[in-house]
Design a protein around this ligand. Structure first.
Ligand code: BTN
Length: 236
């Protein structure tokens, strides 16, 4: 489950959600690697029911269809985060970290988010990536101004084109999906933004202490170490 990412490619000037379009293509039989991109979305989706908003033409909005998944692909969201970090560092002079499970951060602000959706029981998933490229501080919604960033904001310079960033992300994804899981996990752990920090969720709090091989967050609490699953736990 690695090669041939990015073809065929469908680009929308405007669509509801590239994840939604990629899921429809998956159900219609599109092949592994199909890439859907957009300049703008009217109903971009984020994790945990949130929306994803980006000004037209300023962000990478992309979804890749992955087929023939197996249990070895359980860490797909983590692999994607590593690939997005590496792609960003290849196109801009920045250093990225990952906030569990897969938010890409630069200097404590969110640069990119990842939403994996699909039908694992049917062996496919859609990997959606939203990455702020040319967005200026003025263009960020008020409620995100203190917590979000873009390549342009983080570097203080001219951002690369979204098309170039898509190409680099796809290439890095293909490399990391073909990589040994242990190597990917090692890279994720070196970028762990939460390690040692206090985390809270409905039901507890403690000090983040890394991740398991399956990508669960380890937290040291007063009652011992607990493992949190990204599908079930929402950090506060
Ligand atoms: C998150 O951090 O909450 C995940 C955000 C994922 C947003 C991307 S934008 C492209 C793709 N299409 C969507 O509707 N969502 C993902």
């Amino acid at each position: 489950m690695s090669g041939g990412l990015g073809r065929p490619r469908v680009h929308h000037r405007l669509t509801d959600s590239t994840n939604e379009r990629a899921k429809a293509l998956a159900e219609a039989g599109a092949p592994h690697g199909t890439l859907v991109t957009a300049d703008e979305q009217t109903a971009g989706r984020g994790r945990q029911g949130r929306s994803w908003v980006a000004p037209a033409g300023r962000a990478v909005l992309m979804s890749v269809l992955l087929r023939d998944l197996d249990e070895g692909d359980a860490a797909l969201p983590l692999t994607a985060a590593v690939a997005v970090c590496e792609a960003c560092e290849a196109v801009a002079d920045i250093r990225c970290a990952i906030k569990w499970p897969n938010d890409v951060w630069v200097e404590g602000r969110k640069l990119a988010g990842i939403l994996v959706e699909g039908r694992p029981q049917d062996g496919w998933a859609v990997l959606g990536i939203g990455l702020n490229v040319g967005t200026t501080a003025d263009e960020l919604p008020d409620e995100l101004r203190g917590t979000a960033t873009s390549l342009a904001i983080a570097t203080g310079g001219e951002a690369p084109s979204t098309a170039d960033v898509v190409d680099v992300v796809v290439g890095q994804l293909a490399r990391r999906l073909a990589d040994e899981p242990a190597a990917v996990l090692g890279s994720w752990r070196r970028r762990d933004a939460l390690r040692g920090r206090t985390v809270r969720w409905t039901g507890g709090e403690g000090a983040a202490a890394g991740i398991t091989g399956d990508g669960e967050l380890l937290v040291e609490t007063a009652d011992g170490v607990v493992e949190l699953s990204a599908g079930e736990v929402h950090l506060l």
